[in-house]
Design a protein around this ligand. Structure first.
Ligand code: ZN
Length: 169
C-alpha cells in the first residue's frame, strides 16, 4: 500500500495515514506491519499496543485541524516531556502513564509545535475531495496541493475544460 503523501511533519504524516481513494477511506494502519513502518520512519521503536492510540490521535488531530481542540487536549494530558541531565548533557524524555501512548503523544505534541511556528502554513490540500494535509515550507508559501500529480493537475484539467466548454453545453 503506497501512501499518497509522505515526508510531512510527524503530526500531519499521521493524519495522512488515512486517505480517500476513489471515494473510500484507506487506512495504512490496516496493512500488516503498517504501524511498525510508520513508527520506524519517525525514529520510534516498535511499541506493543501503539496502534489504537495512534488511530485515536489521528482522529483527534483531524478534529483539531478542523477547529475542535477538545479531543487533542485529552490526548496531550496523557503524557509530558521531562527534562533530564545525562553526564552534563541535556536530555528530554517523553513520559506517559501508559507507555503505549508515547508515540501517539509525540505526534499530538508535534501539531502544537507546528501551530507555535507557522500556523498559516498548515494547510489542507485545495482539492475538496482530498483529505490530505501538509506543512508548506516553500519560500513564498504558495503550495496548494498535496501533490501536483495527484491533485494539482486534476484541478488544472477541470479548469481548462470549464474554460473551453462551449456556452450552454
Ligand atoms: Zn490532494
Amino acid at each position: 500500500m503506497t501512501r499518497p503523501l509522505v515526508g510531512e511533519p510527524m503530526a500531519l504524516d499521521l493524519v495522512n495515514t488515512a486517505w480517500v481513494d476513489q471515494g473510500a477511506w484507506v487506512d495504512f494502519f490496516d496493512e500488516p506491519g503498517g504501524v511498525e513502518r510508520w513508527l520506524a520512519e519517525h525514529g520510534l521503536s516498535p511499541s506493543p499496543g501503539a496502534r489504537e492510540p495512534l488511530i485515536a490521535t489521528r482522529t483527534a488531530l483531524r478534529a483539531a485541524l478542523g477547529g475542535d481542540d477538545g479531543p487533542l487536549d485529552e490526548i496531550l494530558s496523557r503524557g509530558s516531556r521531562r527534562p533530564r541531565l545525562r553526564d552534563g548533557k541535556v536530555h528530554e524524555e517523553v513520559v506517559a502513564d501508559i507507555p503505549a501512548w508515547i508515540p501517539a503523544w509525540i505526534a499530538a505534541a508535534d501539531l502544537v509545535r507546528l501551530y507555535g511556528e507557522r500556523p498559516e502554513r498548515i494547510r489542507k490540500c485545495a482539492n475538496p475531495a482530498c483529505v490530505l494535509w501538509f506543512y508548506d515550507i516553500s519560500k513564498n508559501g504558495s503550495r496548494r496541493w498535496c501533490s501536483m500529480e495527484a491533485c494539482g493537475n486534476r484541478a488544472k484539467t477541470v479548469r481548462f475544460q470549464q474554460r473551453h466548454r462551449a456556452p450552454g453545453s
